[in-house]
Design a protein around this ligand. Sequence first.
Ligand code: AP5
Length: 216
Amino acid sequence: MVNIILLGPPGAGKGTQAKRLVETRGMVQLSTGDMLREAKTSGTEMGRRVAEVMDRGELVTDEIVIGLIEEKLEQGAPGGFIFDGFPRTLKQADALGALLARRGQGLGAVIEMQVDDAALVARITGRFTCGACGEVYHDQTRPTKVEGTCDSCGSHDLKRRADDNADALKTRLMEYYKKTSPLIGYYYAKGNLSSVDGLAEMDSVAAAIAKILDKA
Ligand code: AP5
């Protein structure tokens, strides 16, 4: 059993690779972005406030996301957790360390997905996802086999995210460089940082991650 973090800017491919690991290794994906998008649709006051922050591309408060993760950790994951989009601040990283330690667990690997900003714009603006099963697609690099139909579950509910536009992406990138990128040094100092080339083909990225996990 190994817990890992996939770390990288918006569009680096964290969600795409996390879904593969769920399929190939029976791990459990904990995406705070997905959890918050679910909260957005809940119709609650908290959901409304979360929606405003997310649609602008800013980070939601540490307290909210740490609370969400704490709840999910209770459910356990015999194959290990994949933290996708969490932690995003030093406070979240400290909280995760403490939550895992309380359960007698730790992190097997923190995998930084390296990409450049120019590629991210193309990735984000071409992305769409299945509203039913969450499968991630791209207009150019990963279109559905049949237009308008999810390859995975057959649903026609294909959507684009409200924050996948040029303005919100600018803010998301600034938030990443200001608040999340310091985690690269943080985990390097702890001795569990590895890096993969996130610009490579999806299968090559998956193979590089598998290599790291086999050694973890
Ligand atoms: P979140 O949902 O986590 O979004 P993100 O970090 O911006 O990451 P993305 O989901 O955009 O990208 P990804 O790396 O998963 O890329 P993907 O695999 O889809 O967060 C959204 C918002 O929620 C935040 O802005 C914030 O407001 C809030 N939030 C979430 N967590 C929070 C936290 N911890 N604290 C505070 N606030 C939080 O790939 C992108 C596209 O590229 C896809 O179309 C895919 O098909 C394609 N692609 C992927 N890999 C490749 C490849 N190798 N080659 C070619 N194309 C590829």
